[in-house]
Design a protein around this ligand. Structure first.
Ligand code: NAD
Length: 342
């Protein structure tokens, strides 16, 4: 049968890959010679919204498809650029260039489910193929994750996930990571309960410090959920009675005990920027103002983890670049933003 498209692109997080996603792939294969599956939000630390790595999701997809279909599928990881949609679109375009020829008929396939699906129509050079929601309204990755993390019966998800995917999640997933994610799920759920019923959605302000010196950046290791064990930039919630700058210096000194007098830190502030991606934190709507503090070259000042930080450490920038999958929330993006200016 003649196919309408040479290539259809299917973008998603697939956390986890379920029968709704599987149906979209089948529809894509009916219409296209080849399907490019781009696995979004790859190369980031596990959290309760993105618990599975690219490799784990790639396996889920391969194990959910029929062997004869796999020859017509390419699966690639796709990194998020939280503060640069153009860069993200360029990444998608690069993947498509590698997997297509000049004059190919190309389309993007998916379901425009809500505001977060805007990206489906962000590529005017390609057709958009709307597939509609799957017949079973219970097919929803958020519900599947919440049931898994709240320890509810696995029976619910058995028809929605392929047996191998179901078994991976419930029987083979790393126990230590599952327990960490359950603690994160509980902390976030309880935190949100506290603000339930307020007349307006509660929004929070935080402050963060990106301190650099002699090719190193100062990071802390988080003591507790959310993001327990992950690396972060020093920072925290703004107190009601302080300015952003004072709050940032307070948090920096509390968490790292940095041996630099406060007037010196204040004098070395080189820039500040507001980071406000609406989904940057799973705790709720949190807008942060981060500061770049560039200390003069020389011996690295002594630091010691304290308060919310189990550890504080000067990290060589070359190592930092490789730490994307160990960093909390959008902190890798925040440091990268400032490093472009250092
Ligand atoms: P998802 O896994 O929730 O959904 C993937 C696709 O499947 C979507 O088209 C969705 O509508 C469809 N789908 C889900 N359930 C379905 C069902 N039951 N029936 C039919 N269709 C169903 O993934 P997502 O969150 O939409 O993925 C988008 C990715 O793109 C994310 O990783 C996001 O971070 C990334 N993104 C990044 C940027 C940036 O970094 N600047 C910008 C836009 C998008």
């Amino acid at each position: 049968m003649e196919k309408t498209y040479d290539l259809l692109i299917f973008i998603g997080r697939f956390q986890p890959f379920h029968s709704g996603h599987q149906r979209v792939v089948q529809l894509a294969l009916q219409q296209a010679k080849h399907v490019l599956i781009l696995v979004g939000s790859s190369f980031k630390a596990r959290d309760i919204k993105n618990p599975f790595t690219f490799g784990e999701r790639q396996n889920m997809i391969l194990e959910s498809l029929e062997p004869q279909d796999i020859a017509h599928i390419t699966i690639r990881p796709l990194r998020d650029y939280l503060y640069n949609d153009n860069k993200w679109m360029a990444e998608v375009q690069k993947h498509v260039d590698i997997n297509s020829k000049f004059n190919d008929k190309i389309g993007v396939i998916g379901h425009d489910k809500d505001d977060s699906s805007w990206y489906l129509k962000a590529f005017p050079q390609w057709d958009f193929i709307e597939v509609g929601h799957s017949y079973d309204a219970s097919i929803d990755a958020t519900t599947i994750r919440n049931m898994w993390l709240s320890g509810q019966s696995p029976n619910f998800t058995s028809g929605v996930l392929r047996d191998s995917v179901h078994s991976f999640i419930y029987n083979k997933f790393i126990k230590r990571e599952y327990e960490r994610l359950v603690r994160e799920y509980d902390t976030i759920t309880k935190g949100k309960q506290q603000w339930k019923g307020t007349p307006y959605e509660v929004q929070f302000m935080t402050v963060d410090a990106v301190v650099v010196q002699s090719g190193h950046v100062l990071l802390v290791r988080r003591r507790a959920a959310p993001g327990e064990g992950l690396w972060a930039i020093p920072g925290g919630y703004l107190n009601a009675n302080e300015t952003f700058e004072n709050g940032m210096l307070r948090e920096l000194r509390e968490e790292t005990k940095i041996k630099v007098p406060e007037p010196v830190l204040r004098g070395c502030i080189k820039a500040s920027h507001v980071f406000d991606a609406p989904n940057r934190s799973l705790r709720g709507r949190i807008v942060t103002r981060a500061y770049l503090i560039e200390l003069p070259p020389g011996e690295l000042p002594k630091v010691k983890g304290s308060d919310d930080a189990a550890k504080a450490k000067w990290i060589p920038l070359a190592d930092f670049e490789k730490m994307e999958e160990e960093m909390f929330e959008d902190h890798h993006h925040i440091v990268s933003y400032f490093l472009g200016r250092v």
